[in-house]
Design a protein around this ligand. Structure first.
Ligand code: NAD
Length: 457
């Protein structure tokens, strides 16, 4: 991302072609607190209205978003690089679930009554105030969406600082919602981590951050100044365990999809695959054959499954990890090396060990790492040998795989499927992958201040 001191504009580039897609004015750092002040005034008016009224005001925005899905999805693909069907699909997903999610939030925040022999206590889920949301580029609509909708329905105002890599699509998403909202309730600030830091330092009441572990740690430290509430959704190094009784076809189909989707730039990408010795060789053969079927290229072109890395910087990180792994003895079963522009070849590595950086650090690129294990105990031990704990999955006979899944130290574990839960489940990271969480009734309440009022009986 090119940002210069003399030309205060954020230029957004298409990562597949390196051509500019558009520009937006950078918010001067000293203006961030002014934006937050206006946000606080708007929040007071918004919070004074009943939650049902707020919900109804927001509800029609879902239909407008659906009507704009193709236009915003196309912009998303041009700005971020994922295939067009996935770009449009991301916007459609947010639009389709819009109304249902509003209902879920309203229901989760209804006051509750608890009582004992002596007292009756009413539990209220009140707004917190100004929510500062800071988001990454890999799902440039869904990441802002999950903070914006939950924050607003709960009665907060939102100041969003989207990634400097994908400002245009975040702006387009917010422009749609703002057609239905009073002034200043949902505002954007544009810029780099400097604007993010200024937002964290400003008098916001809640910081909802999705991004890297390093930035999350920094934000947690800064938020202590003012005791700001935080929700941090951070990086991962998700394991997949393939047991000796797994349906190999299902395991390979899932593994290939989840290692390479969005060029591996997904927080719950399958980055480590532990395969039982009994099925390891066959799994690898099938995995390589399926990988070879995938077409990589400009997401705007027909028949493309996988796009580029978001930037030359992200590519350099992935290529460096890959080269280091090969130097340390990893075997390239498919791909490897380099490709033109911001592309990284889809790569399958075997012969891995936990002495290698690629089995420890988040890669965030299209590299599938397959390690042979001997039995469930070794698979569980290696899957848990990480400071991360976002998602995981276990493939095997259902009862067997479910027992193994319960021992994996991740926030979300899928059995014979990805880690996402049924509708209403939280999106939650364990260990260093999360601090607080969002989504589902439990997550929606984290956008609130819980208060009790008790009356003697
Ligand atoms: P990043 O941490 O570099 O940046 C995320 C956002 O934070 C950007 O808007 C950036 O400008 C801002 N920022 C960076 N440093 C900051 C600081 N010190 N203070 C305030 N703001 C700061 O992450 P990224 O490269 O945009 O995204 C990739 C990362 O996001 C990966 O680690 C991925 O796993 C993670 N991620 C996690 C989830 C989840 O649900 N857990 C979802 C998507 C992405």
């Amino acid at each position: 991302m090119n940002t210069t001191q003399t030309h205060p504009e954020l230029v957004s580039y298409n990562p597949a072609t390196n051509e500019p897609v558009g520009t937006l004015p950078i918010t001067p750092v000293d203006q961030v607190s002014v934006v937050v002040e206006r946000s606080a005034a708007a929040q007071k008016r918004w919070a004074s209205r009943p939650i049902e009224e707020r919900a109804e005001q927001l509800r029609p925005a879902g239909e407008r978003l659906a009507a704009e899905a193709e236009a915003i999805g196309t912009l998303l693909t041009r700005e971020m690089g994922k295939p067009l069907a996935e770009g449009i699909g991301e916007v459609t997903y947010a639009a389709k679930g819009w109304s249902e999610e509003i209902d879920e939030i309203v229901s989760a925040l209804r006051p509750e009554v608890i009582e004992d022999d002596d007292r009756l206590t009413r539990l209220y889920f009140d707004p917190l105030g100004v929510c500062g949301a800071i988001t990454p580029w890999n799902f440039p609509v869904l990441m802002p969406h999950q903070a914006v909708l939950a924050g607003l329905v709960a009665g907060n105002s939102v100041v969003l600082k989207p990634s400097e890599e994908t400002p245009l699509v975040a702006q387009a998403y917010c422009d749609v919602i703002n057609e239905f909202l009073p002034e200043d309730l949902l505002q954007l600030i544009h810029g780099t981590e400097d604007q993010g830091k200024a937002l964290v330092a400003s008098p916001v009441d809640l910081i909802v951050f999705t991004g890297s572990k390093a930035a999350g740690e920094h934000i947690l430290g800064s938020a202590s100044n003012g005791l700001k509430r935080v929700i941090l959704e951070l990086g991962g190094k998700d394991p997949m365990v393939v047991l000796d009784d797994a349906d190999l076809d299902a395991a390979v189909t899932f593994g290939v999809r989840n290692a390479f989707r969005n060029a591996g730039q997904v927080c719950v990408s399958t980055e480590r695959i532990y395969v039982d010795d009994a099925v390891h060789d066959e799994f690898v053969d099938r995995f390589v054959a399926r990988t070879a079927e995938l077409q990589q290229g400009d997401g705007m072109a027909d028949g493309i499954h996988i796009g580029p890395m978001i930037s030359a910087r992200q590519k350099a990180l992935v290529v460096e990890q890959l080269a280091e792994a090969v130097e340390d003895g990893a075997v390239v079963a498919h791909g490897g090396g380099d490709a033109a522009g911001n592309f990284v070849p889809l790569t399958v590595l075997t012969g891995l060990s936990h002495d290698m950086r690629i089995m420890n650090d988040e890669t965030f690129g299209p590299i599938a790492c397959i390690q042979r294990v001997h039995g469930d105990e070794e698979a569980i031990e290696l899957a848990n040998d990480t400071p991360y704990g976002l998602g995981a999955c276990v493939f095997g006979e259902v009862e067997h795989a479910s027992r193994v899944a319960r021992r994996i130290e991740a926030g979300m574990v899928g059995v014979n499927s990805g880690c996402g839960g049924a509708s209403g489940s939280p999106w939650v990271g364990a260990k260093h992958s999360g601090y607080g969480f969002h989504s589902g009734p439990l997550g929606h309440r984290q956008f609130c201040q819980v208060r009790t009022v008790s009356v003697p009986k």
